[in-house]
Design a protein around this ligand. Structure first.
Ligand code: D5M
Ligand code: FE
Ligand code: ZN
Length: 686
């Protein structure tokens, strides 16, 4: 706990997995200043797992490579050489792909040529990344040596190891952020509304230590910062007297156009059957393991189907059957990525498919080598190559599920009709751009500046609001000092009063984000009505889940708050919060909205993986990172809508620069951008 407190005092954050990695060594093997210096050289204020590992390695506290891996790599070198020779004999040479330094990925470790100062078995974190002694991999990146969930057809409770610290909170807190499979029993006992902020106590009776909770991002934050000073009453506006009426002389064409929408996918409508324990002895433990096994099986099943749509992914066989294939024949496997590691000659993956686990190696000389950078932990991909009896598949090709490159022909519409995309309104924050938002509401009511705008407003029929509609309370460190409405209910009331000024013929679709009163883990079925009922009562609002798919006049809109962008930014080189559309391309390529389990984004272990992008949308809308960006990828229009919140102190600290007040307007017929209207100038100085 010291480590968390000390870091927080220096305005540094730490993720749960990094905390578990570092806590025991703190003040024994390293000092705070060393860690902070290291983080500073990496330009981050967030100590995450990758950084913690790198730090430990830089200090020689964990070995560069586990010994088992080293021996495997030796065999890879030999096999690789043989392969290279074989390739030379081939008439078609693939040619090496030049790889720049920027391709180093944070998932990799062991890229440094130095060898560890520590003896190979001292100070190594068991089971951290690659395998346990039996050579088995793990589903998650968690640190406990769990059993294979995918492969376990019958469940063995003994495989579940819960750290025995007297049932202390290290277990329940991680469960709260949904990080590690084994701890879900605690989560099950936590009412959803509280799950985001479970108290973290050190369990050593240290009463003076500050209380710390897991916040929104799975980072530990002090409770103190959010305690409301006694007797303080904030005065604020809930916009109850705001009344903007449609301009009387304005012709709203959209009123005459019949509504044509259908919610094609909403999490609320999915019936999920929780598994039952097979016998009384199994009880909860059995259910827990089963839940995760089901979740990953569901992911595998859905992704297998998508990958098989690609005719090149042929000859797929189960990993367990690889031993029976003739060595000279090319085989394909489809599997979930347990880990990925850079080696001297390429990349080594550990992959599992429910029948077994295997190492897959792809050399730098392969044409598909560059695709390794698009692969994040827990993604499901296909490999094609040759199986060596040493138990390694030498891949020649990699197939991501991706989106087919075909043109979707949709029948034209009788008339132009438009949709406006919004997100991240953050009502309640003192950085909420109230003036800009009111200008926007006036604009929707016909206060336009040109003939062109008049034509656009006249045909706006739908408004999609993609989460973080209010700022919430206790979401980020130091938030309280930036809240003008310190109560969640009042925030929704204020929002509802604002949205009551949207002309009634415009239908609003409103879904939750991570600042909302909603289940923390993805997918989010909707809002907690105890808090959000003012917006639920709006006549022209339709509440949707996060994610959701809406069909507008025959065009499919995938609407998702966008936290999965964080996974992409963490694991794929050259991705940034400031260029969200590029990260959206990666999500589409992986056909998953939050691919990495146990990373920054909490995912609920539902028996079905509802975050797979099963159907290719015409338009993919996200928010969350507060930056407007759009692009087309394989015929899909990707757009991250901006925000109505100016830069917060916290965002300043983590170097996030928002583009508030920019409103993309979509032409529904083409599912492409019609225009961007910019209300940003009214947000200046907020
Ligand atoms: O997210 C607003 C932006 O701030 C988005 O780009 C994520 C980023 N953000 C928020 N908290 C963190 C932490 N702890 N680390 C890194 N980046 C962060 P919003 O969901 O509106 O708060
Ligand atoms: Fe936001
Ligand atoms: Zn958000």
């Amino acid at each position: 706990m010291d480590l968390v407190r000390d870091l927080l005092m220096n305005r540094y954050l730490i993720t749960p997995s990094a905390y578990f990695l570092l806590q025991d060594r703190y003040k024994r093997d390293f000092m705070l200043s060393e860690l902070i210096k290291f983080a500073r050289t990496r330009g981050t204020f967030v100590i995450d797992n990758a950084l913690a590992e790198e730090f430990l390695k830089s200090k020689g506290l964990i070995a560069e490579k586990p010994p088992l891996l080293e021996s495997i790599e030796k065999s890879v070198v030999v096999e690789g050489a043989l392969e290279a020779r074989a390739a030379e004999e081939d008439t078609v040479s693939t040619g090496a792909v030049p790889v720049g330094g920027e391709y180093r990925t944070p998932v990799s470790s062991g890229t440094s040529p130095e060898t560890s100062a520590a003896p190979p078995d001292s100070g190594e974190i068991p089971g951290l990344e690659f395998q346990n002694e039996a050579g088995q991999g793990y589903i998650s990146t968690g640190t406990a040596p769990e059993k294979h969930l995918l492969s376990s057809s019958s469940v063995e409770i003994e495989a579940v190891e819960i750290p025995s610290n007297g049932g202390q909170s290290s277990v329940s807190t991680e469960a709260a952020s949904g990080v590690r499979p084994i701890e879900v029993s605690q989560e099950a006992e936590i009412p959803e509304s509280e799950a985001s902020a479970q108290e973290f106590s050190s369990g050593n009776g240290d009463e003076d230590a500050p209380r710390v909770v897991y916040g929104e991002y799975g980072v530990l934050v002090p409770v103190e910062e959010e305690i409301i000073p006694e007797g303080e009453v904030k005065s604020y506006s809930t916009y109850s007297d705001l009344s903007i009426r449609p301009r009387e002389d304005f012709e709203f064409r959209a009123k005459e156009i019949p509504d044509e929408y259908e919610i094609k996918f909403d999490v609320k409508n999915v019936k999920l059957k929780p598994p039952k324990a097979k016998n009384a002895n199994g009880k909860e433990g059995e259910i827990i393991v089963q839940v995760y096994a089901n979740y990953f099986r569901s992911r595998m099943k859905k992704m297998r189907k998508l990958l098989r749509e690609n005719p090149e992914v042929s000859g797929v066989i189960d990993i367990a059957k690889l031993g029976y294939v003739a060595p000279e024949g090319e085989v394909a496997i489809i599997g979930l990525i347990n880990s990925k590691r850079e080696t001297r000659k390429g990349y080594m993956f550990e992959v599992e498919d429910g029948t077994g686990v295997i190492k897959v190696f792809i050399g730098r000389d392969k044409e598909d080598y560059r695709k390794v950078f698009d692969i994040v932990p827990d993604a499901v991909v296909a490999f094609k190559g040759y199986y060596s009896k040493k138990g390694i598949l030498f891949a020649n090709s990699i197939y991501l599920p991706d989106v087919p490159l075909y043109k979707r022909n949709k029948p034209p519409l009788d008339e132009k009709v438009y949709a406006v995309l919004l997100s991240d309104i953050h009502v309640g924050s003192n950085k909420f751009c109230e003036k800009a938002f009111i200008k926007f509401l006036e604009w929707l009511n016909g206060e336009v500046n040109s003939r062109e705008e008049e034509e656009i407003v006249s045909r706006i029929k739908y408004i999609i609001i993609d989460g973080d509609v209010v700022d919430g309370v206790g979401i980020y460190p130091g938030q309280y000092s930036e809240l003008v409405i310190p109560d969640v209910f009042d925030q929704y009331e204020a929002l509802a009063n604002l949205l009551a000024n949207v002309p009634e013929h415009m239908t609003m679709f409103i879904g939750p984000g991570n600042h909302d009163a909603a289940r923390m883990a993805l997918p989010q079925p909707g809002f907690y009505k105890e808090y959000a009922h003012p917006i639920l009562k709006l006549k022209n609002a339709v509440i949707i889940s996060n994610p959701a798919v809406i069909d507008l006049h025959g065009r499919e809109f995938l609407v998702y708050h966008g936290r999965g962008i964080e996974d992409i930014v963490s694991f794929i080189p050259n991705r940034s919060h400031h260029r969200p559309a590029e990260a959206m391309v990666n999500l589409l390529k992986l056909r998953h909205l939050a691919p990495t389990f146990g990373g920054k984004v909490p995912i609920a272990p539902d028996p079905e993986d509802l975050l797979v992008i099963e159907s290719v949308p015409d338009l993919f809308h996200t928010g969350h990172v507060h930056v407007l960006q759009y692009q087309v990828y394989h015929g899909v229009f990707l757009v991250n809508s901006a925000t109505w919140q100016a830069q917060t102190e916290f965002q300043k600290m983590v170097n996030i620069v928002p583009t508030p007040g920019k409103v993309p307007v979509i032409d529904i017929e083409t599912a492409r951008l019609k225009t961007v209207i910019d209300f940003g100038k009214w947000c200046e100085g907020v």
